[in-house]
Design a protein around this ligand. Structure first.
Ligand code: PLP
Length: 376
């Protein structure tokens, strides 16, 4: 089997799992327990938070609150900081942000505003800026788009947003960026969401990174864990697996990104250009390649490839149950429905080999040619 759906989830890092298992075996206490073992565990979790922050920001200015996933981190940001008036985001956001924005409207909290995308997949910054006024409380712009891999320059965008309205809370969904592309948080970025299972951790662990000068607004209330910021007994195994997986990811980040970019180019170079067009921009994250097979239905190709042992995506795995036939992100980039119909998302990991990339291109060419013959 060849697995090229790493933007949906990654294979857990075995070493990280083993270390986390050993840690849990020795530290199975409740981190809130009053005996010294519980306190020691609290200290260990504090270290995990600081380490996970340190890879992208300084631990004096930022802290991190563990959540159950990236979706919860995004929802915590949206519902915690969007206030009366309006809140601005982009049309390309993941459903974790976009659906939360719709809910702001349903609940009468704030008027959601959606900035369009450019053909390259990034947000149209000028149009986003034009939507911000003195009633804007919250702005959310994703770092790396999960369907196209397009990278938004969130440091520059946050700077322009704050220059226009310094009271805005600026959030970015960094789920597809953290541990994959080089980046440091800048002073204008208040909140940043991450998720463990995209970088070799396990499903069910995420985090919201927050500038310490911003008051925390909890989304989940209860026993007061995470200093009252996110109640619920901490997922010690998931947190430790996240920390250990991130440790390895960040130590090889540059080398992995270069190698994965080369694999992506090798795969694309072998695709039949009479059929496949590239949708990801040249400066996209190396981990995601979005293509469209002209005249083919992406979903059918996905199943044909699956039968040949190649696992790929058509868009966001989290929205694969949605009734919408076409990728809303690809349509928002300005492509027509026939291009959007043929979309395939190939997403890589440092475990992907050159032979797998080459074999994948051959499988995709065969499947697309067969489908085109069948439908002629
Ligand atoms: N944001 C982006 C950009 C994503 O790609 C995903 C998952 O695909 C999420 C948020 C949701 O993360 P999780 O699966 O941890 O809830």
């Amino acid at each position: 089997m060849i697995y090229l759906d790493n933007a949906a989830t990654t294979k857990p890092d075995l070493q990280a799992l083993e270390r986390a298992g050993e840690f849990l075996n020795d530290n199975y206490f409740n981190p809130s327990a009053l005996y010294k073992e519980g306190f020691a565990l609290q200290c260990a979790l504090k270290q995990s938070r600081e380490k996970l922050v340190s890879y992208i920001g300084d631990a004096f200015s930022y802290d991190l609150t563990f959540t159950s996933c990236g979706t919860e981190a995004d929802n915590t940001a949206v519902f915690g900081y969007a206030r009366r008036g309006n809140a601005v985001t982009s049309a390309g956001e993941h459903a974790a942000v976009l659906s939360a924005f719709s809910e702001l409207k349903n609940r009468g909290v704030a008027e959601p505003r959606y900035a369009p995308l450019k053909k390259s997949g990034g947000v149209d910054e000028d149009k986003l800026l034009a939507m911000i006024d003195d009633k804007t409380s919250f702005v959310s712009v994703m770092h790396v788009n999960n369907e196209t891999g397009a990278v938004n320059d969130i440091a520059a965008i946050a700077k322009r947003v704050k220059a226009k309205n310094p009271r805005v809370v600026f959030h970015s969904d960094g789920v597809q960026a953290y541990g994959k592309i080089p980046f440091r948080l800048t002073d204008d970025i208040d909140l940043y969401s991450v998720s463990a299972h995209k970088i070799g951790g396990i499903k069910g662990t995420g985090a919201l990174i927050r500038k310490k000068s911003l008051a925390f607004r909890p989304y989940i209330f209860g026993g007061g864990q995470e200093s009252g910021r996110r109640s619920g007994t901490e997922n010690v195994f998931g947190i430790k697996a996240f920390e250990y997986a991130a440790e390895r990811k960040f130590s090889f980040l540059q080398a992995d990104a270069a190698r994965v970019a080369a694999l992506r180019e090798r795969l694309f170079s072998l695709l039949d250009k009479r059929i496949f067009i590239r949708l990801s921009p040249p400066d996209a994250s190396p981990y995601i390649l979005s293509v469209s097979a002209q005249g083919c239905r992406g979903e059918i190709l996905l199943h044909m490839a699956d039968d040949r042992g190649l696992l790929i995506g058509t868009g966001s795995a989290c929205s694969s149950n949605a009734k919408a036939r076409y990728s809303r992100v690809i349509l928002a980039c300005g492509y027509n429905e026939s291009v959007a119909d043929g979309v395939l998302r190939l997403s890589f990991s440092p475990l992907t080999t050159e032979a797998e990339a080459e074999e994948s291109a051959l499988i995709l060419n065969d499947c697309a040619r067969e489908l085109l013959c069948r439908t002629k």
